[in-house]
Structures are given as C-alpha cells and as structure tokens.
Ligand binder design. Structure first.
Ligand SMILES: [Cu+2]
Length: 256
C-alpha cells in the first residue's frame, strides 16, 4: 500500500513539471513581450524558476524514495530519533543564504534600470488608481501636466510606440497595483505616494491594464485598455479627446 502513496506523491513533481512543458502550447504561459526591457525581466524569472524548480524536484524525489523504501508495517525496527546535527544546520543555513545573495547581486542591474534610473523627461501621463478604475490625465495642448487644459480619461490609456514613456502613478483611496503584463511593468500604488514607472513599447496594438492588488469587492473589474499607436495617431487621439472635453465641459470654448 505504501507503494501506492509513493507513486501518488511522485505524481506531484511529474505533473508539476509537465504543466510548465505544455503550458506554452495552451497559451497559459507568459504573455507576449512588447517592451525593450521585458527580456531582462523574463530572464530573471527563468533563472529563479530553474533554481526553485530544481529544489522542488529534488525534495519531491527524496520524499518519494523515503515513502517507497520505508514502511512501518514491513519494517519492525523502531525509528531512531536524533537531537539535530550542527553541521547539517550550518549547511542548510548557508546554502539558502548564498542563493539569496546570488539573486540579490544578479538582479541589481535590472532593479537599477527599472526602479532607480528614472529618465529625465516630462511625464507622458498620470495614472490614478481608485476603486475600481484607472483615472488618466494627459498634458493638453500646452504640453504640461497639471494645467487647465489637461486631458482626462478613464481606463483608456493611449501611448506612442517606440518612445520612452514616463508615467506618474498614484492612488486615490486604497492600495492598488498598476500592472501592464505585456510591458512586464508592475508597481504597487500606495496611497499618499507619488511613484513613477518608465518603459518603451516596441509594438502597436491593444493590451490589458490590470490591477494586481486585491483592493475591494470590485477588484476583478478594475481593468483598463492600453492602446499603443504611432506618434501621429496618438497626437490625433489626444487632440480629439481635448476637443470632446472642452465641448462638453465648457461650451464657450474659453480655456481660462
Ligand atoms: Cu485595484
């Protein structure tokens, strides 16, 4: 009977690995990457996946071997207890510590690029998370953010392709997380903090904006759409939005 349990437990690493192998064929793997830095992020993801995967398979195989080999009903020799092994503890403390240190050093460049080296350009737009939508604010015709002619919108983020993008990220209420899967950008949106994300889109198209932090009952519907388009289309869209907005909010057409 213990052989049955041993095989059942062996199925865990076997099916676990199989999931990763067949995943890409069923389109349940990483989404397409249309950012200039995405490859670096994906590479880090794979390094960590291989590291944790090897440990996972190793421990599961040892578990299987022990279940297969030792059975109290067939083996009447009493179990031996040990009060611990000093050297073993030193080893299993040093190994994970060294692994973590390796990862910390290995990802330093990526972290600096994504979180520290903010480009010195005017912000493309401001994104404000609130229950349960993304409020957007673009500089209007004067090219400056936080002025009278700003263009505002909800959930429909447009960005020009092939240009450095800088977004200001804020929250109006609770904790959210601004997530652009195709751009490999994810930033917690912390109330009271002004944060920045920057990236460059390499392909035009329509993509998801997701909230990746459980933020209340409507979290599931806190979805937006990112439209990446050529600069000319982007400018035209922004101008259109500005006309629509001034027409509805100010019939006289006066700005100030
Ligand atoms: Cu949210």
């Amino acid at each position: 009977m213990n052989k049955f349990w041993a095989i059942l437990f062996l199925l865990v690493p076997v099916l676990g690995c199989a999931t990763f192998i067949v995943g890409p064929y069923f389109n349940v793997w990483l989404p397409t990457d249309i950012s200039t830095d995405g490859r670096m992020i994906d590479h880090l993801f794979y390094v960590i996946l291989w590291l944790t995967g090897a440990v996972f398979v190793g421990t599961e195989v040892v578990l299987f071997l022990f279940l297969w080999r030792y059975d109290a009903r067939r083996d009447d020799e009493p179990a031996k207890f040990t009060h611990g092994s000093h050297s073993l503890e030193v080893v299993w403390t040093i190994l994970p510590a060294a692994t973590l240190l390796f990862i910390a050093i290995y990802q330093m460049n990526a972290w600096a690029l994504e979180k520290m080296d903010r480009p010195n350009i005017p912000p493309t737009a401001e994104v404000t998370g609130r229950q349960f939508e993304w409020r957007l604010r673009y500089p209007g015709p004067d090219g400056e953010l936080y002025t009278q002619d700003d263009v505002t919108g909800v959930n429909e983020l447009h960005l020009p392709v092939g240009e450095e993008i800088l977004l200001i990220i804020k929250s109006q209420d609770v904790l959210h997380s601004f997530f652009l899967p195709v751009m490999r950008v994810k930033q917690d949106v912390v109330p009271g903090m002004k944060q920045y994300v920057w990236f460059k889109c390499t392909e035009t198209g329509k993509y998801d904006i997701v909230c990746a932090e459980l933020c209340g009952w409507g979290h599931y519907k806190m979805k937006g759409q990112l439209t990446v388009e050529p600069r000319a289309d982007f400018d035209r869209w922004l101008a259109e939005q500005h006309v629509l907005q001034t027409a509805t909010t100010d019939p006289s057409g006066d700005e100030e």
